[in-house]
Design a protein around this ligand. Structure first.
Ligand code: PGA
Length: 250
């Protein structure tokens, strides 16, 4: 058992409606009990968030968050959910900059920065995702892409606010593909991200999760690298037995 603090974040994407979320919670709670220095985060679809919060009440090691929010508190933004509304339903975190939002829904680096700032202003934890595509990696642009993605966030935040931020490195080519970065690759990019933050005067030790085809077969070798502070998991978090097994492995 590793004794450092680790975050296990489940990104359900567009899976598990309210009824399934309740059923999932019941099963998951029956299989797990809180583990010291582990926190378990869930990002269900927005419509399932309230149900999941209610069904998991009383487990302080669990945090439920939104996959997407708008940075404005209210207004004419059809289809969007604001952070105060999400908080009222029980959200304690938000995802910002997931590659599917960036690639499929036009989420820009600036939007990511605005959401991150708004979350911090309102007191929920932003989990900010960065990562390069295969083309960018093959073109030797991994570092410049990550720096480009981080820069508006760095510009928007006071150095001390980084105390309340979590980052995730998710190489786009590894998400949902079954290909994951080797522990060495992941550790190297996590170091690069830390150096970039340090270069910008961020002295706090921001947790950095790794994401992209993490499963119970590879999670231990990834988490064996001290540069990784946890994992962000899509497909392998969708069934409560598999996710309970994965979070219990470390
Ligand atoms: P995956 O997704 O684990 O299914 O690759 C990870 C993510 O998109 O956060």
């Amino acid at each position: 058992m590793m004794d450092r603090s680790l975050i296990f974040a489940a990104n359900w994407k567009m899976n598990l409606g309210p009824t399934e979320a309740r059923r999932y919670a019941e099963r998951f709670l029956s299989l797990t009990s809180p583990i010291k220095s582990r926190s378990l985060w869930f990002f269900p679809p927005a419509v399932s968030l309230g149900a999941l919060c209610e069904a998991t009440r009383g487990r302080a090691d669990l945090r439920i968050g939104m996959q997407n929010v708008h940075w404005e508190p209210k207004g004419a933004f059809t289809g969007e959910t604001s952070i105060p509304m999400a908080m009222e339903a029980g959200a304690g975190a938000i995802l910002a900059g997931h590659s599917e939002r960036r690639q499929l829904f036009g989420e820009t680096d600036e939007y990511v920065a605005r959401k991150t700032k708004a979350a911090l202003n309102l007191g929920v934890t932003p989990l900010v995702c960065v990562g390069e595509t295969l083309g960018e990696r093959d073109g030797g642009r991994t570092e410049s892409v990550i720096v480009r993605q981080l820069t508006p966030v760095v510009d928007a935040l006071e150095p001390a606010e980084w105390n309340r931020v979590v980052l995730a490195y998710e190489p786009v080519w590894a998400i949902g593909t079954g290909k994951n970065a080797t522990p060495d690759d992941a550790a190297q990019i996590h170091e690069l991200i830390r150096m970039e933050l340090g270069r910008n005067g961020v002295a706090v030790r921001v947790p950095i999760l790794y994401g992209g085809s993490v499963n119970s077969g590879n999670v231990l070798s990834l988490l064996a690298r001290p540069q990784l502070d946890g994992v962000l998991v899509g497909g392998a978090s969708l069934d409560p037995e598999g996710w309970a097994e994965l979070v219990g492995l470390s």
